[in-house]
Write a protein that binds this ligand. Structure first.
Ligand code: AMP
Length: 612
């Protein structure tokens, strides 16, 4: 007898918007539900882990652990430990439902690639001599705390302390416990000792040098101590000088070059953008409107390479030479950047018409509309992950001495993994007088997006990385409010006045206080007091590592507020004890005397006029 099993539901589609947080060798994956649950509520997920190098991948080692588990995960978050440092992994999330376990339907999958950190710090400190003889010493040290892995063994490195000229070879000793006995040492001698720990993730750093001596103890005369101190101080000074020189040299290596400094800007295009053969490109559909023409989605198939989706910006016909130059300048700028949070330029097509700029395709489009479309759908950790990406891209740009001038959620693009990338490097919208976009307000010498721009840039066109930091604060506010318009429907002039009077945007609903504080730091009037992008990245990393810190909402400090800028509900009359209480609550305390003179001396009398 043949038995036919009928599945009344469809397989679910794949998990969406995977966000990966990497902390040393621990990876946290979070994702959103599939768009289509396949008509079932018993959806579970399982994780496939592969270690990838070159062009091949192998399954992850047994030592990798998953919390809450590797299979049958009911939530949408998993913490994966025991990974190797500085290694690339591919994680595949399989969305499954009960029926798949017995059916032959392969589950929908979504993948994400990550690389673990290079350095895995498992610091060892506090080396102590516990016992000593003339030729032996017993040493012990503190076991490292807060490591994700248990220590497999310690490695100790020691050498006789001698003058700089005489280099003595290091001796290595391994120990499974946090103590060791060193034998066969020289009598009355000093040794320099360091220890490091090995975990499943590899070796940590060696501890700082500790000096120990065999018996009889070596007395160091005070004059030697002084000399040592002086030598250490000089050494430190030299080290600081070397670091400063290295930093300056490094900064000098990669600095952005303004394509308009080229006598022939076409030269800059040739230098920074690859020319693509038009026959490699297939245009599929229009996805947006750019400054110079349509933006389309298409496919790029370069022979010998994998086919990729691309975004194609076109320059519409009838353009002037200047328009062509301005259009292509965006490619000459973008082509100089290489960073995971900066939109990647694939190349340009200038040899045929229409002229095109090809970039990587970002499935979720512009961040502002994406957030509005998904209002309330992301966790704070996911939002902070997006902000971290933007800050990291901006850190890279500021290190290259590139000032964006138009950082705003509308100019951030989002891919299917929720990775945010800074885009829009065209300068034309600051210049085109006849552009009808109301976001950009004409001012002396160009157009400015007032709500996103620092006061010194509005007042005297002082655009710097510090003014980009101000704009970044506004982007933080846009992200945490799921795409709300900064300063709502206030006029540009009201915004300028409010900022001048030290009023700042209040925290968006349910925004962690620490994030609002970071926004306020970005909106410091004094531009040198604003944090730099590297500090913003570090601050966000700290929050990601400590998600509990995102639970506190509201304001950390009682900064100046403004009835126009504060969208929190005002207290009701019954919540106020006196007329002056009520006037203070609605920030009208300056009218107290007039109210009292007019005879409104109690809350009851006020409530009468309100009801009347
Ligand atoms: P732009 O001229 O860069 O402001 O682009 C106009 C619109 O086209 C954007 O707001 C996006 O909706 C869309 N767009 C531009 N570049 C891309 C891209 N790389 N991937 C997906 N959509 C894009």
């Amino acid at each position: 007898m043949n038995l036919t099993v009928c599945y009344c539901t469809e397989p679910p589609s794949g998990a969406r918007s995977i966000i990966a947080q990497v902390n040393d060798t621990v990876v946290t994956l979070e994702w959103s539900e599939p768009l289509d649950r396949g008509g079932r509520s018993d959806l579970t997920y399982s994780i496939k882990c592969e270690r990838c190098g070159g062009s091949s991948c192998v399954p992850c080692a047994d030592g990798v652990t998953y919390r809450p588990g590797q299979a049958d995960i009911i939530g949408r978050r998993v913490v994966i430990r025991g990974l190797l440092p500085h290694t690339t992994y591919t994680f595949t999330i399989l969305a499954e439902k009960g029926v798949d376990a017995v059916g032959h339907v392969s589950p929908a999958s979504s993948t994400v690639n990550i690389t673990t950190s290079r350095d895995v710090a498992v610091p060892v400190s506090g080396i102590k001599r516990t016992k000593a003889s003339e030729t032996t010493v017993s040493l012990s040290w503190a076991s490292p705390s807060q490591t994700h892995h248990s220590v497999l063994e310690y490695q100790l490195r020691y050498s006789l302390k001698v003058t700089k000229k005489h280099k003595v070879k290091d001796v290595y000793v391994s120990s499974r416990s946090n103590s060791v006995v060193l034998n066969g040492l020289a009598r009355a001698s000093q040794y320099q000792v360091q220890v490091r720990a090995r975990t499943a993730a590899g070796y940590g750093h060696f501890s700082p040098f500790t000096t120990i001596s065999t018996l009889p103890d070596v007395e160091v005369p005070p004059s030697h101590l002084l000399l040592t101190g002086v030598l250490v101080a000089v050494g430190l000074l030299v080290l600081v000088a070397v670091v400063i020189v290295a930093v300056f040299c490094f900064r000098g290596i990669k600095v952005y070059i303004d394509p308009f400094t080229y006598e022939d800007p076409n030269e800059a295009v040739r230098e920074f953008a690859k020319e693509i053969d038009v026959s490699f490109v297939k245009i599929e559909e229009v996805i947006g409107a750019g400054e110079f023409g349509e933006v389309c989605r298409g496919r790029l198939k370069v022979p010998g390479k994998k086919e990729n989706y691309v975004a194609i910006k076109t320059l519409k016909g009838g353009y002037t030479d200047k328009q062509r130059r301005d259009f292509l300048s965006e490619a000459s700028i973008m082509g100089q950047f290489q960073h995971p949070n900066i939109i990647h330029l694939e190349g340009v097509i200038t040899a045929s018409c229409p002229v095109m700029i090809l970039t990587e395709y970002m499935e979720n489009g512009a961040l502002d509309s994406f957030l509005r479309l998904n209002d309330g759908q992301f966790t704070n950790i996911q939002l902070v992950g997006m902000l971290r990406g933007i800050a990291s891209g901006m850190k890279y740009l500021s290190e290259m001495s590139f000032v964006h001038r138009d950082l705003a959620a509308r100019n951030i693009l989002v891919n299917s993994n929720l990775v945010c990338k800074v885009s829009d490097f065209g300068l034309s919208r600051f210049l085109t007088e006849n552009s009808s976009d109301p976001t950009y307000t004409s001012s002396l010498g160009g157009k400015i997006p007032i709500r996103w721009t620092a006061p010194e840039a509005i007042a005297f066109r002082k655009f710097t990385s510090a003014s980009d930091v101000w704009s970044y604060g506004i982007v933080m506010w846009e992200v945490m409010s799921f795409g709300e318009r900064p300063y709502w429907d206030m006029s540009n002039q009201d915004v300028i006045n409010a900022i001048e009077q030290d009023y700042r945007l209040p925290p968006p609903p349910e925004c962690p206080a620490s994030l609002h504080q970071l926004m306020l730091d970005c909106w410091q009037k004094e531009r040198s007091s604003r944090p730099r992008f590297c500090a913003i990245v570090s601050a966000l990393d700290r929050l990601i590592r400590n998600p509990a810190s995102l639970k506190i909402t509201g304001r950390l400090t009682d900064g100046p507020s403004h009835p126009l800028l504060d969208q929190r509900p005002l207290p009701t009359l019954s919540q106020c004890r006196s007329v002056s209480d009520w006037l203070r609550a609605i920030k009208m305390e300056r009218y107290e005397e007039r109210f009292l003179l007019a005879g409104f001396t109690s809350i009851e009398l006020i409530s009468h006029i309100c009801t009347e």
